[in-house]
Design a protein. Structure first.
Length: 198
């Protein structure tokens, strides 16, 4: 049986494959399908966008699909960048530029060390039916400056107090043990192992 991981982000694919490794499925990415345009992510929450993408790709591929929507929510910025995390600063903006924009906004509010959280919502779909949902959250704060070369996305600016480091300063194993994506996809893995959908 195949399970389509509805992302083209190679870093996310690697992380998700590692978490779901013992699930009884052949895990494939969207790269095995040609000509499927990405849907507009019009949801106002991570959960809405995960459901939207899961249904869209399940119908487009005819397969069992898991989609996720995730991002960084910063308290001092009213939860921004939130669902716009990947698009923050405009399409094609590199993460160092996104970091600079966020630090500028935080300095204006004198809140560079604001509390923040990573959120990941996961949805499993077949056709138009959502079969399973999960959410993972990791709490932390914004680092004084970007640090670390591991991880990806906003990891260099997310300081995780129990480790005393950013998520870009820890190993992949340390990160996935506590990360939002690790928490959400471990719930999915348990579901797939215990209640394999047919």
């Amino acid at each position: 049986m195949r399970l389509v991981l509805a992302t083209t982000n190679p870093n996310k694919l690697k992380e998700i494959r590692a978490i779901l490794g013992d699930a009884p499925y052949e895990l494939v990415g969207l790269d095995v399908f040609q000509g499927i345009a990405a849907p507009d992510e019009t949801g106002s929450t991570f959960e809405e966008n995960a459901r939207l993408k899961a249904r869209y790709y399940a119908q487009a591929t005819g397969e069992l699909v898991v989609a996720e929507d995730s991002g960084l929510a910063i308290d001092a910025l009213g939860g921004a960048p939130g669902v716009e995390s990947a698009r923050y600063g405009g399409a094609g903006t590199a993460y160092p530029q996104k970091f600079a924009l966020l630090y500028d906004a935080l300095r204006e509010r004198r809140a560079v060390a604001s509390r923040a959280r990573f959120v990941c919502a996961v949805a499993l779909a077949k056709g138009n039916a959502i079969l399973f949902e999960a959410q993972g959250v990791v709490q932390g704060r914004i680092a004084p400056a970007p640090s670390g070369t591991g991880g990806f996305g906003y990891d260099p600016i997310f300081f995780y107090p129990p480790y005393g480091r950013t998520l870009a300063d820890v190993s992949a194993e340390e990160k996935v043990a506590v990360s939002h994506r690790g928490k959400a996809f471990r719930q999915l893995r348990d579901h797939l192992v215990s209640d394999t959908p047919r």
